[in-house]
Design a protein around this ligand. Structure first.
Ligand code: C2O
Ligand code: CU
Length: 502
């Protein structure tokens, strides 16, 4: 069993164990990029769009000449993209035709608690069971299907939906249960940013493949009945050795010599990336225009872009700086060899490009008004190693394993609080319901804020030895939510806690 933990310094270490593929894996840049299908609503009313999605087993082509069995929303990996309008309700009926329970979470959605995909609110398959385990019977269980009702009273942003079943999120997402959910609004659409087929969602994740093309995951079969979805040896995190973009291995996308808006999502279980362009253009490689919670106030030039699990960065790349016939690779500076490559852009032709990146992108008055002086509480929240539970290594928050009965904070509706996260290891911390402002980092001797820390965030990458202070206003709903590490194996190994908005 491979156990090498790869570590390359503080800002960029990758934690976890690489699972080596046994299949014939193609060389990078041999297959074309594809885009996930955009789902059509089954019904529209004046104020809402209704969708239906069935999670089911399917067999898809990922590697040349092999079929890969997956679990996919509507049988596809990534799942279909949902496109919503800010302020219009989106109602999605999720039907479960898998052999296991599922839970759907809209990551970045500002959703009432009953629709947020609490990890014990299972949708069990028709004729199936919710399984045992220490918290059996705790959630609000549905059978066959469940309707998730999203108000989407929120800004334009790149959201994503994925499985969130307690203890099994890692294996269930690995098998394919993840898709984009884009929210648009008038402000965003009034901007001259690249749009149409020059606005491209890119879901980056790593996977490993068995000789027959099937996905490998440690203990994936035990996940049908075991305590946790992952083998103990992988509790640091499961890393694959094939990089997929939109479900294709190291794909190539043909682009015109023009500006493109790339909506980057790191949907990997445990892998981080530090993205760069090779060759680098004259001038900045990326102009960041948005973050997890939508557009920034003003664009920001970047040459490299660190991206932790579940983070989204919205960037513009100007392929007009390259001559037709050139190829430009999106690379990952954390790794070498194939793992150092992500995808390739092949610049085809010169075109008219009327897009622009305006100096002022979005109204950030609410963000700017969020003032640490108004915070009614400051809470320390520590992400650490725990003891063993049923023979499994675990991870803890403030010394505690996840339990449906324990909450780490109980903020009052409408008030703001400072949460100070600290850790001795590397954890991408995600908070449901709210979007927050990163106030500062300390403890590593690095800068107080990273160039990519700006704007509304729902996930912050916490690095070993670091304290990160974030500020959020809690609302607009009361109720019980979770916050957790988005290394999915850490999450499954209990690195999750409730908070209750009162
Ligand atoms: Cu993307 Cu609680 O998850
Ligand atoms: Cu973690």
């Amino acid at each position: 069993i491979p156990l090498a933990a790869v570590s390359a310094g503080c800002s960029s270490d990758v934690t976890g164990s690489v699972l080596k593929s046994k299949a014939d894996v193609p060389d990078p840049f041999r297959v074309a990029l594809t885009l996930p299908p955009v789902l059509k609503p089954v019904r529209r009313t004046d104020s809402a769009d209704y969708y239906e999605i069935t999670a089911r087993a399917a067999s898809v082509g990922i590697l040349p000449n092999l079929r890969t069995p997956i679990w996919g929303y509507n049988g596809s990996f990534p799942g279909p993209t949902i496109v919503s309008r800010s302020g219009r309700r989106t109602v999605i009926r999720h039907t479960n035709r898998l052999p296991v329970p599922l839970v759907v979470h809209l990551h970045g959605g500002r959703t009432p608690p009953a629709d947020d995909g609490y990890p014990l609110d299972l949708v069990i398959p028709e004729g199936g069971s919710a399984g045992g385990g220490p918290h059996a019977g705790h959630g609000d269980t549905s059978t066959g299907s469940r309707e998730y009702d999203y108000p989407l009273e929120q800004r334009a942003s790149t959201l994503w939906y994925h499985d969130h079943r307690m203890d099994f999120t890692g294996p269930q997402v690995w098998r394919g249960l993840a898709g984009f959910h884009l929210v648009h609004d008038d402000e965003e659409e009034s901007l001259p940013l690249p749009s149409g087929d020059r606005d491209v969602p890119l879901m980056i994740c790593d996977r490993s493949f068995d000789r027959d093309g099937s996905l490998m995951y440690p203990s994936v079969d035990d996940s049908l009945m075991g305590d946790h979805g992952v083998d103990n040896d992988y509790h640091e995190g499961v890393l694959g050795d094939v990089i997929l973009v939109n479900g294709r291995p190291w794909p190539v996308m043909e682009v015109a010599a023009a500006r493109y808006r790339l909506r980057l999502l790191n949907a990997s279980n445990a892998r981080r990336y530090e993205l760069a362009l090779d060759p680098a253009p004259d001038g900045p490689s990326f102009v960041q225009i948005g973050s997890d919670g939508g557009l920034l106030g003003a664009p920001r030039s970047l040459d490299t872009l660190p991206i932790a699990q579940s983070e989204r960065y919205d960037v513009v790349v100007d392929f007009g700086k390259f001559k037709p016939g050139t190829t430009v690779d999106l690379v990952n500076r954390i790794d070498d060899g194939k793992l150092g490559k992500v995808m390739r852009f092949a610049v085809t032709e010169t075109v008219r490009d009327e897009s622009r990146i305006p100096d002022r992108l979005s109204d950030m008055s609410e963000f700017d008004a969020l003032d640490p002086a108004d915070a009614v509480a400051t809470r320390k929240i520590a992400f650490g190693r725990g003891g063993k539970q049923n023979g499994h290594e675990t991870w803890v928050i403030n010394g505690k394993l996840f339990s449906p009965d324990f909450s780490v904070a109980e903020p009052k509706l409408g008030t703001s609080e400072i949460w100070e996260f600290n850790t001795d290891a590397h954890h991408p911390v995600h908070v449901h319901l709210v979007h927050f402002k990163i106030l500062g980092r300390s403890g590593t001797g690095g800068p107080a804020l990273l160039p990519t820390d700006g704007g509304w965030k729902d996930t912050v990458d916490l690095r070993g030895g670091e304290n990160v202070r974030v500020l959020a206003r809690f609302g607009p709903y009361k109720g019980k939510y979770v916050m957790h590490c988005h290394n999915l194996e850490h999450e499954d190994m209990a690195m999750m806690a409730n908070f209750v908005v009162r």
